[in-house]
Design a protein around this ligand. Structure first.
Ligand code: UDP
Ligand code: MG
Length: 148
């Protein structure tokens, strides 16, 4: 089953959006496979966002991510990478549709509350980076009520 890495950024934690965001993924029907509250250091944040190191916003982005605890998660389900990105909404909250997490809870691109892997391959890398000791092994008993 497909997995994705989702992170509630420091603004989402500070603003008390953790329960709301967890609820959206849970209610959709995805399965929580990993969860931790963690403050990462600069080197770790730079490694997570290594692909963006040449961008002008990179330093500000790293400062933002290390500014407080984040909630790191692994969610599992059919098409969870693509559907997770849809639940999150467009990168710039000015363009995120209402009903999406960023559309409902964010205004500025540099305070857009949440991260989600953009492809199955980046999800695999991000899960390995954030959960080096592995994730929970369990199977939800709701599976037959969610999948036909
Ligand atoms: N970002 C930013 N300014 C920009 C573009 C991106 O501050 O012009 C930040 C924003 O927090 C975004 C993150 O960098 O979520 C990663 O950018 P990416 O293009 O990967 O967007 P995402 O995958 O998060 O939608
Ligand atoms: Mg991205």
């Amino acid at each position: 089953m497909e997995q994705t890495f989702i992170m509630i950024k420091p603004d989402g934690v500070q603003r008390g959006l953790v329960g709301e965001i967890l609820g959206r993924f849970e209610k959709k029907g995805f399965t929580l496979k990993g969860l931790k509250l963690i403050t990462v250091d600069r080197a770790f944040a730079e490694s997570h966002y290594a692909d963006l190191s040449a961008k002008p916003f990179f330093n500000g982005l790293v400062e933002y991510i290390i500014s407080g605890p984040v909630v790191a998660m692994v969610w599992e389900g059919k098409n969870v990478v693509t559907t997770g990105r849809k639940l999150i909404g467009a990168t710039n909250p000015a363009e995120s549709a209402p009903g999406t997490i960023r559309g409902d809870f964010a205004i500025d691109i540099g305070r857009n509350v949440i991260h989600g892997s953009d492809a199955v391959e980046s999800a695999r890398k991000e899960i390995a980076l954030w959960f080096p000791d592995g994730i929970a092994e369990w199977r939800s008993s709701l599976t037959p009520w969610i999948y036909e």
